[in-house]
Design a protein around this ligand. Sequence first.
Ligand code: C5P
Length: 210
Amino acid sequence: MIIAIDGTLASGKGTIARRLADIYGLPHLDTGLLYRAVGMQALDQDIALDNATKLAAAAGTIKAETLNRPELRSPQAAEAASKVAVIPAVRDALFQLQRSFAQQPGGAILDGRDIGSVICPDADIKLWIDAAIEVRARRRMLDFADQGNSVGLPTMIAGLEDRDKRDRNRSQAPMVKAADAILIDTSSLSIDAAVDKARSIIERKFPAKP
Ligand code: C5P
């Protein structure tokens, strides 16, 4: 079973994906980490964030097994990721890794922006996770506070709008809800309630064994 989970930043898609992976015993790939890893290589090696040739070469060295570095969770990595993600050669260089991860025997869960639309258009289940911008911004502020950073609500909303815009408007694989993806709006849902909703969508199609 391949489960594709896409959606906006801080919508809860990553948490939902991890919880579903635990529940169904499926391997999980957070594809945002791939773009973050490319962004971090650019920052570490002083590669300009629009140098397609060098960034594509950097993307070609990324392995799914090396995505646990805590610095990939930093705001700097996120910002760099969103810039390198607009470069078609970077996306092309990361395509096969994601595709192979999805096609491993037994299936997988991938979360990102273009999983249901580009990486796994044939996924068994496609979810699109979203929430109101203010709710997402407040969640992000809590994440930042956990990392010792403080950002005001208007600044956070502006930052999210910027990244959403970049993701939606890029030429290749823009962030988009696949036509056959099912929306879960987490604006007023707890994480448990959102996971329950996802499970009921999955188990409607693949009834759980008693
Ligand atoms: O999900 P996360 O915030 O880690 O993603 C970081 C950035 O990577 C996103 O803002 C987006 O630009 C890019 N991304 C992407 N396609 C994916 C996953 C992430 O373009 N499948």
